[in-house]
Structure formats: structure tokens, C-alpha cells
Design a binder for this molecule. Structure first.
Ligand SMILES: C[S@@+](CC[C@H](N)C(=O)[O-])C[C@H]1O[C@@H](n2cnc3c(N)ncnc32)[C@H](O)[C@@H]1O
Length: 329
């Protein structure tokens, strides 16, 4: 069975590609930033990438009614989640998380996936979203996953909320936990002997942190900006080797490969836009890890004849209601 999937806030398509590689049938993607749409459209020719502002819940629902996906996946943007969770009341981008929850609870796909940065869990918008999902009768699996334990050579922790309509809480917990690798994947393990260097420069957020990394460890999180080594970089006590004449920062293409995009993935656009699209993406292998676990769960339900489509769930609900009304004297 091949379930139909829509990807909201699709960016350049990291989440889409992972779901597609796991065997889901992508039917549409939605995004409103043109540079990200250009990357998405260059790589996914079989389904449309549509430009819609997803704060418009009515438009989002209209689109879902048109494409009728069984599963909706999405990573509402994370810029406005402060760790103290203060800024999300200000109507910033974190409210897109609530828009997403409202759309899911109105459309009611049999499964949904919501991906966020780890600190989203501390925000009010996130808690409101969980409450919306629960009131819409979703069983929820909530898990923080590190890409480095899911087949990607990068430390990148992301929070996944996976919902099953009419399911039980924690339905995917065991499955998600059981496939993780014990050790984080290093760049050398992923690229074998193809990398032309042993160490590279990654510009730190602050000079209190090291900037040199070895290929015998996972890469730090790939961010949306990529800087060359500044002239006069003084080094850091944590750098495993000093900056030498052959040391350099990663290229755009290398960063895309560390995000586990395939070698033939097209990256049209300006360098700064493409770097941002790459940095925003869910690593393809992380998305694929989640998607494969979900697909196995769905197949097991289907084999047991227990995969209820939404109409069946509404039917069983209305039967209960009929019984209830029939019992009133
Ligand atoms: C974290 S990125 C998603 C990355 C994507 N899931 C991937 O794996 O490549 C969030 C995306 O949401 C998009 N976005 C932000 N606000 C939006 C809005 N109001 N409507 C639609 N898309 C929006 C951003 O342009 C960005 O590409």
C-alpha cells in the first residue's frame, strides 16, 4: 500500500525526499519562500510545489481537500521559539505551529508528523498545538531524535511529534527507539575515503567555541550560513589541530551531502539562499528513518486489518453516539 503524503513548510525538500525514499507517495508540497520553491521544483518533478502562506488556514485546508493526502508532514519554522518560550505569544512565526495544528485537526489525516527544533518543547505554541492534537483524537508519539544516530553524519537534534488518528499515545515509541545506532555516525563512515581532507573549519557562533572539526566525528549542525576562515583566526583550545595552509570551510555541495541529500540533488539559486535552504532542511536520512518506522507500523496495522481510514473512525464514533442517543429514554 502506498499512502499519499503532503509536505507543509517543505523548504528544499529534505523531509519530502526522506518520505519518498521510504516508499510514501508524495502528492504535494507547500512553501512560500521562492528560493526554496525553486530548489524543491528542480528536484521533484512528479508532484506540485505550491506557493501558499500557511498562516492562511482556509487556503491550507482547501489544498488538502484537493489533494486528499492520507498523511501530512511538516516542519513549521522555528526562528521565533525562544528557549524561555516568551516570544511566541507575540504573534511571531511560532504561531505557524498552531496554524499547522488547527489545519491537521480540521482535516484529520490518519497520520501526521510535526518536526521542530528541540527547544520548541519549551514554548507555549507547542503546548497549545499538542492540546489541539489531543482534542482532535490523535494518539501522539513524541521523540527527540539525533540525526547522527539515524544514518546521517551530523549532530542535529530534532523533535518529532507523530500523530495517529484514534491511536494510542506512544504508538511508535518502541519502533523509533529500536533502530537507532549505538554510536553517532562520523563523516569518514558516511563518505568512506572520498573526503579530500581530515579536518575542516566551521565558523562558530561565538569564539568561546571551537571551529575545527575532524572527519572522525559527526559534523556539528549544518546551519543556514557558511563562512570562510576569518583572517587572523587565533584558534581555540578545543580545536583538534591548528589552522594550516590547506584548512578550509566546507563547500555548499559538501554541506548538502552532509545533510544527506544525494549527489545529483539540484541546488539552483544564489549561494546565500541555497545555503539557507540546505541549513533549514531535515537531513534526508533522518526523515527516511522516521518514515521507514512509520511505514512498518502502518503495514503491520494493515496486515492485521486494523488500519482505520478516517471515514471508519467517524463511523465508529457515530455508532457510539447512536448507542448513546438510543439509550436515552
Ligand atoms: C524549517 S524549514 C523546513 C525545511 C523542510 N522541512 C526540509 O526538510 O527541507 C521551514 C520552511 O517554512 C517556510 N515558511 C515560513 N513561513 C511560511 C508560511 N507562512 N507559509 C509557508 N511556508 C513558510 C520557510 O520558507 C522554510 O522553508
Amino acid at each position: 500500500m502506498s499512502l499519499k503524503v503532503a509536505d507543509f513548510f517543505a523548504g528544499g525538500g529534505g523531509l519530502s525526499l526522506g518520505f519518498q525514499q521510504a516508499g510514501f507517495n508524495m502528492v504535494c508540497a507547500v512553501e512560500n519562500w521562492q528560493p526554496a520553491l525553486a530548489v524543491y521544483r528542480a528536484n521533484f518533478l512528479e508532484h506540485p510545489a505550491i506557493s501558499i502562506d500557511l498562516s492562511n488556514e482556509f487556503e491550507a485546508l482547501r489544498l488538502l481537500d484537493e489533494f486528499k493526502p492520507d498523511v501530512v508532514v511538516g516542519g513549521p519554522p522555528c526562528q521565533d521559539f525562544s528557549s524561555a518560550g516568551k516570544r511566541d505569544e507575540a504573534g511571531g512565526r511560532a504561531s505557524l505551529t498552531i496554524n499547522y495544528a488547527n489545519v491537521i485537526s480540521n482535516y484529520r489525516p490518519i497520520f501526521f508528523v510535526m518536526e521542530n527544533v528541540a527547544r520548541a518543547a519549551n514554548s507555549k505554541a507547542y503546548r497549545v498545538a499538542l492540546d489541539i492534537f489531543k482534542r482532535a483524537n490523535y494518539g501522539l508519539t513524541i521523540r527527540l531524535l539525533d540525526a547522527a544516530h539515524c544514518g546521517a553524519p551530523q549532530t542535529r537534534k530534532r523533535l518529532f511529534v507523530i500523530g495517529q488518528l484514534g491511536g494510542r499515545d506512544g504508538f511508535l515509541d518502541n519502533s523509533l527507539a529500536s533502530g537507532l545506532s549505538d554510536q553517532p555516525m562520523t563523516l569518514r563512515q558516511y563518505f568512506k575515503n572520498c573526503l579530500p581532507f581530515d579536518h575542516y573549519y566551521r565558523h562558530p557562533r561565538s569564539y568561546a567555541r571551537r571551529a575545527v572539526f575532524s572527519i572522525d566525528e559527526p559534523s556539528p549542525t549544518i546551519r543556514g550560513v557558511n563562512r570562510p576562515i576569518p583572517k587572523g583566526y587565533l584558534g581555540h583550545a578545543g580545536d583538534p589541530v591548528p589552522i594550516g595552509p590547506n584548512m578550509r570551510s566546507l563547500t555548499t555541495q559538501e554541506r548538502a551531502l552532509i545533510q544527506t541529500f544525494p549527489l545529483d540533488f539540484q541546488l539552483p539559486g544564489s549561494k546565500s539562499d541555497v545555503e539557507q535552504v540546505i541549513g533549514n532542511a531535515v537531513p534526508v536520512k533522518l526523515a527516511e528513518y522516521v518514515a521507514r518506522r512509520l511505514i512498518s507500523y502502518i503495514q503491520a496495522l494493515d496486515n492485521q486489518g486494523e488500519l482505520l481510514m478516517p471515514c471508519q473512525l467517524f463511523e465508529s464514533k457515530s455508532k457510539t453516539a447512536t448507542k448513546y442517543f438510543a439509550s436515552i429514554p
